[in-house]
Design a protein around this ligand. Structure first.
Ligand SMILES: Cc1ncc(COP(=O)(O)O)c(C=O)c1O
Length: 361
């Protein structure tokens, strides 16, 4: 039976002035709306207690399993307000299915796609006034997540789990206009290995990537590109985004999904949109040397990363301990065309011919 998420209204919501002041400059991941979705699963009873309730802390026992064994997964998607005031989600079914894939890998319970969609939809409806106006590429970021909250110490799958969705207004990733970013290619740290959790969206992957990110900061880079752990012979992805290379003859190359890479919803959308923009696509293994020599010899003319938070981010250079490979400053025609094509769909500036947008308000 499908879950419902009845609303218990927050008796002390933020005032209209407080919401307006947050929406004027939301940043990212700092402010949260008045409500949250919650449901609980137990091995005996399945899912129950689903509701939208006032945003507030969970009570977690010190022996709560997630605090010790990191049995946790999450998702990220956005709600966009269109010019006519309506509010839409971008391909939320893809996030629902990815949560199921992550859950299966981490021995967490499955949540039906329909239940995921109801939770997200009802939360956005309850907090619709928190979805910013479309100007300036603002949106409401939604964070569904699931964690083991059974009280026990011991390495086994938890028998009690919480699913929740919280929402946070998001400003434009590039406040002063889109600028290419420099990427650190780490030789010291891996994000995932064969048989590991690289294709699941679990918190532990991100904890493990932090040290490489800080290594990148020390080299003047804002993001890190991970290379396959064992043979060091495959480019994989960034800490929180997939990567694309654009060749001089108009082909988009992106690392194939080998089980160690997260299958980004943006990545899959870029691959679909490429054909309409006159670009060929090539999903395959990319050796780091192919990347570096391709830039040096002019075969690779643009590179970008992509994900829900930043949409499409042009890459200015790749750096390693051995040197820097800088992409030409050519105005990034393909990168910007792809970026604009996705944003136009998300903000309803062009017709949604693929049924990617789901209207919730
Ligand atoms: C490791 C990783 N790769 C790729 C992505 C991009 O995925 P999406 O386009 O679904 O946001 C993300 C963001 O969720 C990520 O964390």
């Amino acid at each position: 039976m499908s879950l419902t998420f009845p609303l218990t209204r927050n008796a002390q919501p933020k005032t209209a002035d407080q919401v307006a002041s947050v929406l004027a400059d939301p940043g990212f991941g700092t402010y949260f709306t008045d409500h949250m979705a919650v449901a609980t699963w137990t091995a005996d009873e399945g899912w129950s207690g689903s509701e939208i309730r006032p945003y507030g802390p969970f009570q977690i026992d010190p022996a709560g399993a997630v605090l010790h064994y990191a049995q946790e997964i999450f998702e990220g998607l956005k709600a966009y307000r269109h010019a006519d005031g309506s509010i839409h989600l971008f391909r939320p079914e893809a996030n629902a299915r990815r949560l199921q894939t992550s859950a299966a890998r981490m021995m967490l319970p499955g949540l039906e796609v329909e239940d995921f969609l109801t939770a997200v939809t009802e939360l956005v409806r309850a907090d619709a006034h928190w979805v910013p106006e479309p100007e300036g590429e603002k949106s409401l970021y939604l964070r569904p997540f699931m964690f083991a909250d059974e009280v026990f110490l011991g390495v086994r799958a938890a028998q009690r789990v919480t699913f929740s969705v919280i929402a946070s207004p998001a400003g434009p990733y590039f406040a002063g206009g889109v600028k290419p970013v420099d990427i650190w290619v780490t030789d010291s740290y891996a994000r995932a290995g064969a048989g590991g959790t690289g294709s699941a969206k679990c918190g532990g992957n991100y904890a493990a990537s932090l040290i490489a990110q800080y290594e990148g900061y020390q080299h003047g880079c804002s993001q890190v590109l991970f290379i396959e752990a064992t043979g060091k012979d495959r480019v994989e992805e960034l800490g929180g985004m997939n990567v694309f290379l654009v060749t001089a003859d108009g082909t988009l190359i992106t690392p194939a999904l080998t089980g160690t890479i997260l299958e980004g919803v943006t990545r899959s959308s870029v691959l679909t949109l490429a054909a309409e923009l006159g670009l060929d696509t090539d999903e395959r293994q990319v050796h780091p040397d192919e990347l570096f020599s391709g830039i040096r010899e002019g075969r690779i003319v643009e590179a970008f990363s992509c994900g829900t938070a930043a949409v499409v981010t042009p890459i200015g250079s790749f750096r390693t301990v051995e040197g820097e490979w800088r992409l030409p400053e050519n105005g990034l025609p393909h990168t910007m065309a792809i970026r604009n094509a996705i944003l136009d769909i998300q903000y309803g500036r062009v017709p949604d011919t693929r049924g990617w947008m789901r209207r919730v308000v």
